[in-house]
Design a protein. Structure first.
Length: 299
């Protein structure tokens, strides 16, 4: 079947199928950005591994951060099925020519941020990513199935951590509330610009890469999260939140802040990229050793 017939039948496009150049380019852009987000996303929580308050929390956090590295690897592999090389994609990330999610340019200032990232950031990621399990491109859709299972576990551990703090001492409760106050709005920005300012959505939906628009998914996330905040006993920092009988309506998002973060002017952009480049340079010997083994046919 040709490309349009496969799309019309809601079948999957596979690497050897003919596909329009624009479809290939869009997938490479989105999958690479997604992979970069996973590995840059290790940094805010990774900062807290050595300061986890118990062995149990440390083991959970280590496993979560390691899972994010794994997600990056599945996604770089999915991108490579489109004819690109992960080394080139990493060069594009390191030189600022490919993006990663805006959310990881915010700092994790306290232990409660670890729980809040799990609850809100992984929560938003799940809402965005579950529909990608039905993406028209097979390798991306399949990678997303396992990623979503793991993200779902991450979200629950974040919720459980916050629930513990919210029912702890007054200081712990205040710490939890402060973290939620700081992460709420940036989490809503993860879904991308409003639909009327999203240049890629219409074509990506026509190609079955995106199944819902940015605003639809953002609304789904708010509807899911408001009742969870009530269970936690924490408030969301939006005085305009109100239920209209069907949806939770939310206040105005500061899109100027979003655009600033995308331009590179967020609180941690420079730090995140510098650390990523340093980690890449520090790992050069591993790549050289792996190449040497592969060249000898040992690998
Ligand atoms: N941040 O036309 P639009 C995770 C860019 S990792 C930065 O709506 P599109 C996790 C967009 O790229 C979560 N840039 O774009 C990891 C475009 O610019 P370019 C990452 C953004 O692609 C560790 C321009 O704005 N998830 O889960 O149709 C720990 C116009 O936007 C953002 C994914 O990557 C943003 N927030 O839709 C915990 C999911 N939003 O490229 C958790 C896969 C927009 O034309 N990606 N831009 O220069 C997607 O679903 C879509 O790419 C987006 C954007 C919804 C993000």
């Amino acid at each position: 079947m040709d490309f349009d017939a496969l799309l019309a039948a809601d079948a999957r496009i596979e690497p050897r199928d003919r596909m329009p150049d624009g479809y290939r380019r869009t997938l490479i852009r989105q999958i690479a950005q997604h992979a970069h987000s996973e590995i840059i996303g290790m940094q805010p929580e990774g900062d807290w591994i050595t300061r986890a308050p118990s062995l149990r929390r440390k083991a959970i956090l280590l496993a979560k951060v390691q899972d994010e590295a794994g997600h990056g690897l599945y996604l770089y592999s999915a991108a490579e099925t489109l004819g690109v090389d992960r080394a080139d994609l990493l060069d594009l990330l390191h030189s600022g020519r490919q993006r990663y999610s805006s959310i990881f340019n915010y700092p994790a200032l306290g232990w409660a941020d670890v729980g809040t990232i799990g609850w809100l950031v992984d929560g938003a990621a799940i809402v965005n990513q579950v529909p990608i399990c039905r993406c028209s491109y097979g390798p991306y859709a399949r990678a997303m199935v396992r990623i979503c299972k793991e993200e779902s576990f991450h979200q629950r551990q974040g919720f459980e951590l916050l629930l513990t703090l919210a029912h702890g001492t007054a200081g712990q409760r205040a710490m939890a509330q402060d973290a939620v106050d700081r992460w709420w709005w940036p989490s809503l920005m993860m879904f991308g610009p409003p639909d009327e300012e999203s240049p890629n959505t219409a074509q990506s939906m026509a190609w079955g890469i995106k199944r819902h628009s940015n605003d639809e998914l953002r609304q789904r996330f708010v509807d899911m999260t408001v009742p969870q905040a009530e269970v936690l006993g924490l408030t969301l920092p939006d005085r305009d939140l109100s239920f209209d009988g069907e949806h939770w309506r939310y206040g105005e998002i500061d899109w100027a802040e979003f655009r600033a973060v995308l331009r590179g002017d967020g609180p941690c952009n420079a730090e995140r990229i510098a650390r990523r480049r340093a980690a890449h340079d520090d790992g050069a010997w591993v790549r050289e050793a792996a190449d040497a083994y592969a060249a000898k046919g040992v690998a």
